[in-house]
Design a protein around this ligand. Sequence first.
Ligand SMILES: Cc1cc2nc3c(=O)[nH]c(=O)nc-3n(C[C@H](O)[C@H](O)[C@H](O)COP(=O)(O)OP(=O)(O)OC[C@H]3O[C@@H](n4cnc5c(N)ncnc54)[C@H](O)[C@@H]3O)c2cc1C
Length: 487
Amino acid sequence: MADYDLAIIGGGLNGVSIARDAAGRGLRVILLEQGDLGAGASSASPRLVHGDLAGLERRHFLRVRAALAERDVWLRIAPHLVRPMRFAIPAHSDERPAWQLRAWLLLYDRLASRSGLPASLTLDVTHHPVGNALKRPFGTAFEYSDCVVDDTRLVILTAVDAAARGAVIRTGARCTRAERGAEWRLVTIDRGFRQVVTARALVSATGAWTSSVAETILRVPPPDVATVQVSQIVVRRLFDSDNVYVFQNGDGRLIFASPYERDFTLIGSVGHGFKGDPAIVAMAASDVAYLCDAANRYFRERIETADVVRTISGANMQVNPPRKLRDGGMRFHHGRGKAPLITIFGGDVTTSRRRAEKAVSKLTPFYPMSARWTAKTPLPGGGFAWNGFDTEVDEVRERWRFLGEDQARRLVGAYGRNVSQVLGDARDRSEFGPAFGPELTGVEVRYLMQKEWARFPDDILWRRSKLGLTMPAADREALAAFMAVAV
Ligand SMILES: Cc1cc2nc3c(=O)[nH]c(=O)nc-3n(C[C@H](O)[C@H](O)[C@H](O)COP(=O)(O)OP(=O)(O)OC[C@H]3O[C@@H](n4cnc5c(N)ncnc54)[C@H](O)[C@@H]3O)c2cc1C
């Protein structure tokens, strides 16, 4: 008998979502990730959970409605990671006419009718706080509801849930060969050791590596896809309001500027074709300048390329033709004496849960499995209502009275109701162990190593949190030394 019912190559959002779905439906699952979970495109997404307003312009009404329904699912199952925000589009006479924007937003409200999020509004920004950060001569802006997500924590908590349901998650495990017969025989280099596992079916969720994995590891024809790079920049906080600004750039592209990790602003995105090693995706200087220029057309506070504190870039596959990007693509292949193979490419964060559900459902003729379940079951720590976030923060501060407001918010945003699993019964800050920067402590580092597969400082500083943005160099070194001996 095969070791597993399903093996998955790739620990990005698509891979872990399939692992969670399949493990919860009773399959024996193993997931192999060559580096850290979410280290590919999944930590470089534009962080939006949205219906995609621009989809209305392309007349993708059904797709927008389906994505808005999925947005509601995320608010229900991941209220700690997915936050409703008010998005503001300043109207400019050179761009799409105001009546057209207003019409789109009314339609967007209609398509999202059951969400419970506030409807769109027209604002006079000469008086409204939304206008404070904007250059003149903006007189009007349109405000609507959508959501932002902590993309990498979404990957990690999905993997945590998959593991809690029995999936084996291996990081630092590169699949180097896959032989196909009535079952799959996979060779992996797992933290330096060669291992062989067998599985009844295989999923390749390898993002920008899809074509090379198909050609060199699976030895099947690669899918018809293009590799694209998407990049964003992080600068100091440019505005006080809790809005996401949406700018219509001169070239028709929509540029988003959103509050990021309390003290910063995330501006993006810019995308184009990519060639090269997907593990090394660097943002071109011209792309950095493009996003700075876009922000400078709208915000009063000017930014130069030297103000960019971090660039975020990822590469992924885009199905040909590109109009299918939102849902991504999926190829399913099986045959007499040939174990099933599912290849996933592209697709956005909003529709990832449904994509995973669809992928696993393709295997129903091959195994007995239980019904679809992921739309109703919260991710770890997510068992509260989306508008109850502040109450959760208050409860955390009540229990650990020595925590500051900002620290409590970050912890609830990362762990939801599972903060107690991280902090335990500590009655005093000294019981948290050594401090690394103002917020990270030994107790959290240990938790991340034991329960969330963190192995190196970057796994914690950039993926399980974004504390790398503020942590001084000396603290990073102390963190590395601590992790080298901690278990
Ligand atoms: C241009 C562009 C625009 C996008 N726009 C949006 C958007 O507007 N909104 C949105 O929500 N999302 C957007 N996304 C999508 C999002 O960023 C990702 O596509 C999504 O997170 C899913 O990623 P993934 O799991 O397929 O790939 P990845 O996160 O890249 O994961 C693939 C993983 O496979 C691993 N791997 C590869 N080969 C092997 C091997 N041999 N053995 C073991 N592991 C291996 C890699 O290490 C990697 O971690 C966009 C993406 C791009 C590229």
